[in-house]
Design a protein. Structure first.
Length: 147
């Protein structure tokens, strides 16, 4: 299995559709970076990933938070797609079948109920906050020094 992990901002609000008794949440994630090329010119590069998150009809709670500008972490299985662009030139796009989404913050931070650590997996159930905290917590060693 190949796993893709991305952090980026949503390029627009998500869309939801019903297919054979399941719900698919579609959204696009952009990752931008700036760097200097070999000639010293500043290059602004944006990579877009088309994402599809499949879930049960009753578990679409994450969709209300997937709004334009929201910063997210997503992981899933990647797929490349070749196509002809408007200029009739060969192009490619990156797609991902998402199995985990985590809200990281962003333009929508002040919305009621939007936690910066909400996480959803393919079953669309939130990951326990206690589990997240204990897995990332680093214990400080006991310090017996008098100063």
């Amino acid at each position: 299995m190949i796993k893709l992990q991305i952090i980026g901002h949503l390029g627009g609000d998500c869309t939801t559709n019903e297919v054979s008794g399941r719900t698919v949440i579609n959204f696009n994630v952009a990752h931008s970076e700036k760097f200097k090329d070999s000639q010293g010119n500043l290059v602004d590069k944006t990579t877009w990933v088309k994402c599809a998150y499949w879930t049960d009809q009753n578990r679409t709670g994450i969709a209300q938070y997937l709004k334009k500008g929201q910063l997210i972490y997503a992981e899933g299985s990647p797929e490349a797609e070749a196509y002809m662009n408007k200029e009739n030139q060969a192009a490619a796009s990156l797609k991902m079948s998402v199995f985990r989404i985590q809200l990281l913050g962003g333009k929508n931070d002040n919305q009621e109920g939007n936690s910066q650590q909400d996480s959803y997996q393919r079953s669309s159930t939130p990951v326990s906050k206690a589990t997240q905290q204990t897995s990332s917590a680093v214990e400080e060693p006991a310090d017996d020094l008098p100063f």
